[in-house]
Write a protein that binds this ligand. Sequence first.
Ligand code: HEM
Length: 512
Amino acid sequence: MTVRQNLSYCRIMNPVSILDRLPRKFVPRPDRSLGSLLDGLPRELLSIYLAPTRFVPSKTTPGLEQLPHEPCPAPANAVRYWLDLPGFIDRLEALGDRFVVTMPGSGAWVGLTAPDDIEKVFRADTEALYFGEALRMLSPHELVLGPTNLTALDGPEHLATRRLLLPAFHGEALKSYEATIEQKAREAAADWPIGGPTPAIAETSKVTLEVIMAAVFGVTEPERLERLRDAVLELVDELGSRRFLLETAIATARRDGFSRPFPRIEERKAAVDAIVLEEIAERRAGGGQATHDDVLGKLLAVRDERGEGLGDPELCDQMRLMLIGGTDTTATTIAWALDLITHNPRVLRELTRSVTAGDDAYLTAVVQETLRMRPAFPFTVRLTKQPLELDGLTIPEGTIVAPFITLVHRQPDIYPDPLEFRPERFVGTRPGTYSWIPFGGGMRRCIGASMAQLEATVVLRTLIEELDLQPAVDESAPIGRHSVIAVPNNGAPVVATRRPPAGSPEAGSGVR
Ligand code: HEM
């Protein structure tokens, strides 16, 4: 692997400590303080964000006066969210089950954390709450992922497209990806750096990207695979860049619906699409699309009730969505699992014992408990298209409703000692539909949830079988933020040694 590829893998997550380990001349220094962030901001942005008229006291939110309000104005909330995610979440936790927090460009959000309220949101009529329109108010995601990507659609259009995509992520289809995931996991374990501290996130980002390229895109031609990897990393790099953050902040403040172009994103998107289109053209020409055991092959084969398949632009949008939505999220989850496991020797011992005995129940619980304690997304959102009735509260039309995933998972009456990593909670019990929501819920529940859990399980099992992993630092990683994902701020460094091959006299029971 080239230095550039290595750097790009690291920058997928951009944690400060990974960058610290790399030669300075290659690495743009990340911002660590409010001061340094403000230093580089264009005047235009400062004047929009800091204009006194923006400091509307949030207590005046009409129709929501009875709820506790986060007293800080929208710009301060945005700054805290971007620079101090744990602090932002802690402040909101103190407000209780329902609260109001204002954010730039989208006004008052109603935050919800009680499972009864979450159930009403996830079970609401698909015409009553919109996810796509909510995302469009908050970020330029449609610009990046394309107008026909599943997350951008709402109502009947969303349901019809979701129906076409779902079979590629369930049942038999899922089983067909398992061998590919296993193979990529073995390669990752074999390539894992032995000795000195290694940021787990850099390694898990590699393996999840390889899995997506193989199981979703199915590109096997080595030269095309290489070009796709480069193009994807360039796009992901740009999305994690400070420039993109600033452009997004300016566009949010302008409230122009992210209608102005982001030229660098357009350019990098086009580079990815060109390679995906090559693959599609080759498969269409060969007529052999259905024979490919990958998501692209399955999507090329789908037909709606009129017998029509997905067009090329639509296929490109869905493929880009899988790539961006399915890589960082899963890589972060596996890195968090390694961070939490290695800082809990009792869990590590039990996991090693059960994996060695061929029993996956504890491993599954480890993945579920990781997703409880460290969900990749701290919250999800919906926009009310009509008043939403909760028990004793009517949320007005046009409001962002935000199920706060992290806070739902921290409730002591559902999860005793919620800040403790205890996979036992989930052994022999199914997580609650509305109290364990790392993948959201209802008709918008993450389409890749089963695939992500399968991938996390297979990769962790393989790493535990092949490596002895220890933490490189005393404390579990602080929570940082990259793009909209909650990441281990120090990259989750671990120290690995190779286990002796199974069956050899040194292998013993595998339990240390
Ligand atoms: C641990 C990994 C992952 C996490 C934590 C995660 C989380 C989420 C969340 C919270 C949502 C929004 C759901 C809602 O608001 O109800 C979502 C949507 C989505 N995710 Fe994931 N995701 C992960 C992996 C994946 C993978 C691997 C793929 C595909 C390859 C994927 C594809 C999607 C798609 C297509 C949607 C939109 C669904 C819709 O709008 O109907 N995700 N994900």
